[in-house]
Each structure stands twice: as structure tokens, then as C-alpha cells.
Design a protein around this ligand. Structure first.
Ligand code: C2E
Ligand code: MG
Ligand code: MG
Length: 761
């Protein structure tokens, strides 16, 4: 399970790593691609802009040159006045006709004080023309020239000439005195011709002349701007923002570059102030035509790059998808039992952990078949698998929607049940067991299938991080217990019982080492002579002090040692400790007191027991009479004779025999009377009843027992003397000795020596 978990985590880690790499690569590719795209776009734009600006500058200078040329012709003519004041209208008209024809002007004019001459190509000279009859743009230019400056009219449709023209006017001054205004008309079409020249290498530029009102003055012949569009502000392709910016640029008489779209084509719009009449050169060009082949190179590069990028992304995305699916399949495989298609153990544990996280109350059960291996053997693997699938299917039907099950290896079915009620769970599991037995495959054979099931619930459990794994361990313990009986069995895990078992397990697995390490220590409790209060002897009581310093009492381990037989070894060990201690007293020149040593049933009946005891006392050179063997009354039940034989054998060897715990159970005066013991130890319970409850009947029994022992020459020791009153009572009853906390608790042999044997040791 752990392995699967690790496998899954490593898969997830790998998947995360791959995702991260894919994301990083994609981001780098996208960032790189965007950067290159932006750079290429920038190159394209700046190349376009600079070409348009350059072309616009050329157009502008050509236009200015055209106007300048007209002005120069007029200024040359004006210089005649300096030489000679021309006053004769006829002469002046002739002169103007001459200049008109020579320079291909569509017409010329002179207006002075009382003089108004109009010359039009292919028409009669007109003299005496009145200023007011002239078209408005011409009037306005003449008026400006009349102020003494060179002026150019706006372009207008001349009725007289039947063409679109503009008029260039220069003032005529003689000796600083204004005499009149000389004007020459020029064709707007000549400007148009200028605009048809191309200044962009390998590309096209379309230029127009517009006024600062946005109205078209001269249109490029090549341009695709529709004829009916009178001003640029009425263009549906320009956004309001662009129009707004154009207005702002025109207000400041600055140049400006704009971008707009028509259909799928991107256009550049450039405005360059001409510096005359508020005219602007308007260059409108489709981007790709301005830069010609460069556009295609750049867009081609971009397209190729986008294709490569798209391909890379496609490879990354599909590779990533493939890997993710792979991982998903692997994770699925890590969590699904292929046989039943339910969870496998890691899958079940995972779901259970999620339930623990939700703080739900639930139970986990493990259902198992008795001796499943025989089903495999008798019916064959295929049939056995069929049975497992049948069980899986049945569990799927029997469990509630929020419940689930999983199968670990073999016939281990894990059930997650949303209940902690023992009776309900037991009933449900027994029902499941019955229904499995109805399986057609089992019905056909005479094989009697049996189940056992362990259960543990969340009730009373500590809710910490390891609840799930703890419950999985507990449920296996419960399953083991359930498997101890040979019937359909459901066993619930019991925390207290388990603690006891755990302790016993610790004891059993450590006892041998503990004996070798000397962890079992000799403790002594004094027996006090009730006649004179002197020390009558001591009882050896063993203590287990573990290597961690924890003290364990005999009741924790003696019953277990009696079951597993270790008691015989321990008793001999304690016996040896007692012998060694008496030897030690004797060596120190102290008068030794007898030590009583508790003997277990098993040891007492061991064949070589008397010899081994004898060998011990001999080895330590102590009189056997200093050792009292405390045996239990129960030993004699049913075999008083055999017991008496053993007793007399031991007595012959010199040992004293004491019967322990008399009155604790169903003690029998008969048995006591029949056994040839030397001492009788009245159990603590005896004394407790007589002293506490004023139980006169018990007191009478006790008196009788003591009287009987006296007659049989058996000494009596009362156990559990805890108070002065207890002591007074047992003295009154005629006991010989007393033992209990009133005198001392069992203490280590060293402490005992210090307190009871004398400071001489
Ligand atoms: P036991 O032989 O009847 O020992 C007397 C028990 O009563 C001791 O408990 C002692 O500590 C306790 N006790 C003595 N005076 C008083 C008192 O005034 N009040 C109370 N409440 N208790 C008193 P311990 O040492 O826990 O031993 C329990 C039992 O374990 C012994 O009962 C004996 O049957 C057995 N045991 C002790 N050591 C050994 C051993 O080395 N071998 C075997 N086989 N059994 C032993
Ligand atoms: Mg005892
Ligand atoms: Mg006792």
C-alpha cells in the first residue's frame, strides 16, 4: 500500500514537473514569438512611416516649387513696372497675353486703380473688368496681395475657364507704392500630375490635397478614395478617435501619422501641412503597398514563425495530454482492483482518509473467507475469481451510496460503513455473508463456505492525522480475533482489550531478555511476630524494573507467565535471589530470617523440582529451613495425596511449606486439614471482611480456622495488615504473625536490610 502511495506521489510529481516544463516552454515560445512579432511589426511600421514621410516631403517640395515658379514668373513681370510705369491697358493686356501663352497659364489678370484686365487662354482679352465680378477665392487672394504680400487662392472651379484652378497673386509696387496686383491662374490638374509621381521605391503612395476643413482639393488619380467623399471626416473607415486626432493635428498645423482599416486591409494615413492656405497633403496608403516586397517578407516571416509556434504548441499540448492521460491511467491502475473493478487497498485507504478529513463517523470492516486457499485449490483459480467478482458485485449492491468497498489481495474485502452501531453492523454483515452463500456457484457444490469479519469504528477514537492507518491496523487485529472461531463471525475491535494484548505481547517478547538483563528484582516484605513484634521472616515479591525504569508488579505479568510457562524459570530465579540474600546475611554474621518464596503451580509439579531446590540451598550453603515455599491451595484440589507426597518430600529436604491466600477463593477447611503444611497465610480479603463489616460470622470462621491450625501445629500469618486495629484484631484471633503495609510495603532487598536487618550490614 505504501509502495502504491509512493508510486502515485512520484507519478503526480512527474506530471507536475512535465506540466511546469510545458508551461515554461510555451511561455518562452509565446513570449519569444510575440517579441519577434512586435519587432517585425515595428520594423514594418517604421519603414512604412519613413517611406510615407519621405514621399510626402517630395510631394510637398514639388508643390511648393510649382507655386514658387508661378510666383517667380509674376515677380519677373512685376519688375517691368520698376523700369516703366505701364498704364496703357492695351499694352498691359498684350504683355499678359504674351506671358500667359509663354508659360501655359490658363489665364492671367491685372487689377490696379481703375484697371481690371483678364486674360484667358483661347479667349479675347477683357479689360475694364470689375473686381466684384470675379470669383470669390480670386477676390480673396487679390485682396491679400493688395495688402502687399504674395497670396495664393484656394482651388476653385472657374466658370470662365471651365477648369479647376488656383490663382497666384503678387503685389505690383513702384518706388514702394502699391500700383496693383498681378495674378496668374494655374491648373489644379498640374498639382494632380505632381501627385501621380511615385517616390517610394518598390511601392506606391497615394497623395491628395485637402484643406484644413478636411475637404478634398486635389485627389490622387490612383487612389481608391471614392469620388463622392467630399471630406475625410465623412469617411466611415476612420474611427472617431482618429478623426479627433486629425482635428487636433490640424489645429496645431502639425504633421500626423494615423492608422485605419478598410475591410481586411490596414492603411496608413499621413497629414503634412503644406504651409499654404491651410492646405494639407493627405497620404493614404495600404500598408503592404508602401513597403512593397518588404511587407511580404516581414508578413511571410511572421506567418512562418506563427506556424512554427503553433506547431510547437501543438506538439507540447498533445504531448502533455498524452502524458496526462498516461498518468491518469497509471493512477487509475494504482487505485483500482482489476478483478472487481472496485478500489484496491490504496484506493480504499485514500477514500477512507478523505472521510477522516471530513470528520465523519464510520466503521471499517474486513471480510474474509475461511481457508480461501482451499477454494482456489478445489475449484480452480477461475472459479475462485468468479466468486470474488460475485462478492464484489454483491457488496456494490448491499452498500449505501455514500459507502464503498475495496479489495486487497485474495479474499480481503474492505468495507466502509456509515454506521458505528455494533448491532446494526453485525446484522448487515451477517446478511451479506448469507447472500454470498446463495451464490449459484456455491449452491451447485456442497462446499460449506465460512466467513470471518473484523470491524472497528471511529467512536472513542482520537481524531488525529493517523486515524485512518490506526483503524486499518485495528481492523486487522479484529479480523485475527474473528478468525479464532470456526463459524461465521464478526468481531469488533476493543481498545482496552487490545491494550491488554499489546502489553502482554510486550511482556512475552521481552521477558527472556529481561531475565538475562537482571530486570527482575528481589523485593522483600517483612512478616512480624505478633507476640513480641520481632521480625519473623520476609516474603520475596518480585518486581520487574524495565530498562526504561518503569516498575511492573507481579499481577501484570505472573498470570501470563503461568500461562506461557515462563513462571518456572522466574520462580527459580527469585528463589536463587532469596538464597543468595540469606547467604549474604550469614556471611555478614547476621542471624538470618526465613524468606518465603511464591511457587507457581507448574514449578511445583516439575519432576526435578525438589532436587533443584536442594541444589540451590546447597550451592549457597544455607539451611533449607530458611526457605518457606508459598503454594496455593488450588494445587491440592483433586490430588491431596500426590500433593502431600510432594510436601513431605520437600519437608524432608528441610523446606517449610506455607499455604498462600487462604480464604481468597473457595477455600476448604478439609483440604487445609488434609495437607501437611507448616504455615497458613490468611488472605487479605479475610481480614478486610472481618475488620470492616463487623462480620461476626466471618470472624467466627477465622477464629475457627486459627484454632484448627493451632491444633494441627500450623503457624498462621495474616496478610494485608494495614492498620493498628488490624494488628489488634489478628492478635486477638491468635495469629502468629502479621504481614502488611502497616509494617512495610515490599521494599528492595537493600532497603529491607537497612530497615529490618540492622545497620550492621
Ligand atoms: P501474595 O503472595 O499473596 O503476595 C502478597 C501481595 O499482597 C503482594 O502483592 C503485596 O505487595 C500485597 N500486600 C502486602 N501487604 C499488603 C497490604 O497491607 N495491603 C494490600 N493492599 N496489599 C498488600 P504483589 O507483590 O503485587 O504480589 C502479588 C502476587 O503475585 C503475590 O501474592 C503472589 O501470588 C504473586 N507473586 C509475587 N512474586 C512472585 C514470584 O516471585 N513468583 C510467583 N510465582 N508469584 C509471585
Ligand atoms: Mg505469597
Ligand atoms: Mg497471599
Amino acid at each position: 500500500m505504501e509502495k502504491a502511495k509512493t508510486g502515485k506521489t512520484s507519478l503526480q510529481k512527474r506530471s507536475r514537473k512535465i506540466t511546469a516544463v510545458a508551461v515554461v516552454v510555451s511561455v518562452i515560445l509565446l513570449a519569444g514569438g510575440s517579441l519577434i512579432h512586435v519587432l517585425l511589426q515595428d520594423i514594418l511600421e517604421s519603414t512604412t512611416d519613413s517611406r510615407i514621410r519621405m514621399a510626402a516631403a517630395e510631394y510637398k517640395s514639388n508643390l511648393l516649387r510649382l507655386v514658387e515658379n508661378d510666383i517667380q514668373i509674376l515677380q519677373t513681370l512685376e519688375s517691368f513696372w520698376e523700369e516703366r510705369d505701364i498704364v496703357d491697358e492695351e499694352e498691359l493686356a498684350g504683355k499678359l497675353r504674351e506671358v500667359t501663352e509663354k508659360n501655359d497659364f490658363p489665364g492671367m489678370a491685372y487689377f490696379g486703380k481703375d484697371v481690371g484686365i483678364l486674360i484667358a487662354a483661347g479667349k479675347e482679352n477683357e479689360t475694364g473688368v470689375s473686381y466684384e465680378t470675379l470669383p470669390e477665392p480670386m477676390q480673396e487672394a487679390l485682396a491679400r496681395a493688395g495688402e502687399g504680400e504674395t497670396a495664393i487662392s484656394d482651388i476653385y472651379d472657374s466658370e470662365n475657364m471651365g477648369r479647376e484652378i488656383f490663382v497666384v497673386c503678387v503685389p505690383v509696387t513702384v518706388d514702394g507704392e502699391l500700383r496693383g496686383v498681378l495674378a496668374a491662374a494655374d491648373l489644379a490638374s498640374r498639382v494632380g500630375e505632381l501627385f501621380s509621381e511615385q517616390f517610394i521605391p518598390n511601392g506606391y503612395s497615394y497623395v491628395h490635397l485637402i484643406g484644413n476643413d478636411g475637404m478634398f482639393r486635389v485627389r490622387s488619380r490612383e487612389s481608391s478614395i471614392p469620388e463622392d467623399m467630399e471630406d475625410i471626416f465623412s469617411s466611415p473607415n476612420l474611427t472617431d478617435r482618429v478623426k479627433e486626432s486629425i482635428r487636433a493635428v490640424m489645429e496645431e498645423e502639425e504633421s500626423g501619422m494615423f492608422m485605419f482599416r478598410r475591410g481586411n486591409t490596414r492603411y496608413k494615413l499621413f497629414l503634412e501641412p503644406v504651409g499654404l492656405n491651410g492646405w494639407y497633403l493627405l497620404c493614404v496608403n495600404p500598408l503592404k503597398e508602401v513597403v512593397g516586397s518588404i511587407y511580404w517578407i516581414i508578413t511571410g516571416t511572421q506567418a512562418v514563425f506563427i506556424l512554427i509556434l503553433a506547431f510547437c504548441l501543438l506538439v507540447i499540448v498533445s504531448g502533455f495530454r498524452l502524458l496526462r492521460n498516461n498518468n491518469r491511467q497509471l493512477i487509475q491502475a494504482a487505485y483500482v482492483d482489476p478483478l472487481t473493478e472496485s478500489c484496491n487497498l490504496p484506493g480504499f485507504t485514500k477514500k477512507m482518509e478523505e472521510a477522516c478529513g471530513r470528520n465523519e463517523e464510520f466503521s471499517v470492516a474486513v471480510l474474509n473467507i475461511y481457508q480461501f486457499k482451499f477454494i482456489n485449490e478445489i475449484f480452480g483459480r477461475q472459479q475462485a475469481d468468479q466468486l470474488l467478482r460475485y462478492i464484489g458485485g454483491l457488496l456494490g449492491k448491499e452498500l449505501a451510496p455514500e459507502e464503498f468497498y475495496g479489495r486487497a489481495t485474495g479474499d480481503f474485502f474492505y468495507l466502509f460503513l456509515m454506521s458505528t452501531d455494533r448491532r446494526e453492523i453485525e446484522e448487515r454483515i451477517h446478511k451479506i455473508m448469507r447472500r454470498i452463500k446463495d451464490a449459484p456457484f456455491l449452491q451447485r457444490s456442497s462446499y460449506h463456505i465460512l466467513f470471518y469479519c473484523g470491524v472497528t469504528g471511529t467512536q472513542g477514537q482520537e481524531r488525529n492525522g493517523d486515524l485512518s492507518s490506526r483503524m486499518m491496523t485495528q481492523v486487522m487485529f479484529a479480523l485475527d480475533k474473528a478468525g479464532e472461531t470456526h463459524q461465521d463471525n464478526v468481531w469488533f475491535y476493543d481498545i482496552q482489550l487490545h491494550e491488554k494484548e499489546k502489553r502482554e505481547n510486550y511482556i512475552e517478547s521481552h521477558m527472556h531478555q529481561a531475565l538475562e538483563n537482571g530486570e527482575f528484582r528481589l523485593y522483600l516484605q517483612p512478616k512480624i511476630n505478633l507476640k513480641d513484634g520481632s521480625l519473623a521472616g520476609a516474603e520475596a515479591l518480585v518486581r520487574w524494573i524495565t530498562d526504561e525504569g518503569k516498575m511492573m508488579f507481579p499481577n501484570d505479568f505472573i498470570p501470563l507467565f503461568e500461562k506461557n510457562g515462563f513462571c518456572t524459570r522466574l520462580d527459580m530465579y527469585v528463589m536463587e535471589c532469596a538464597c543468595r540474600h540469606i547467604h549474604h546475611w550469614m556471611e555478614c554474621g547476621i542471624r538470618p530470617v526465613p524468606i518465603s518464596v511464591n511457587q507457581s503451580r507448574l514449578l511445583f509439579y516439575e519432576a526435578d523440582y525438589p532436587e533443584r531446590l536442594k541444589e540451590l540451598v546447597d550451592r549457597y550453603e544455607i539451611p533449607a529451613g530458611l526457605i518457606t515455599l508459598e503454594i496455593l491451595e488450588g494445587l491440592a484440589i483433586g490430588n491431596v495425596e500426590e500433593m502431600n507426597e510432594r510436601i513431605s518430600l520437600l519437608q524432608k529436604a528441610g523446606f517449610r511449606i506455607s499455604m498462600d491466600d487462604f480464604g481468597a477463593g473457595y477455600s476448604s477447611l478439609n483440604v487445609m486439614g488434609a495437607l501437611k503444611i507448616d504455615e497458613l497465610k490468611l488472605d487479605r480479603a479475610f481480614l478486610m471482611e472481618v475488620s470492616q463489616g463487623n462480620n461476626l460470622r466471618q470472624k467466627a470462621v477465622m477464629e475457627m480456622v486459627i484454632a484448627l491450625t493451632r491444633r494441627l501445629r500450623i503457624a498462621t500469618v495474616a496478610e494485608g495488615v494495614e492498620t493498628k486495629e488490624d494488628e489488634a484484631l489478628i492478635r486477638e484471633l491468635g495469629c502468629d504473625a502479621g504481614q502488611g503495609y502497616y509494617y512495610s510495603r515490599p521494599v528492595s532487598a537493600e532497603e529491607f536490610d537497612g530497615r529490618f536487618i540492622g545497620a550492621g550490614l
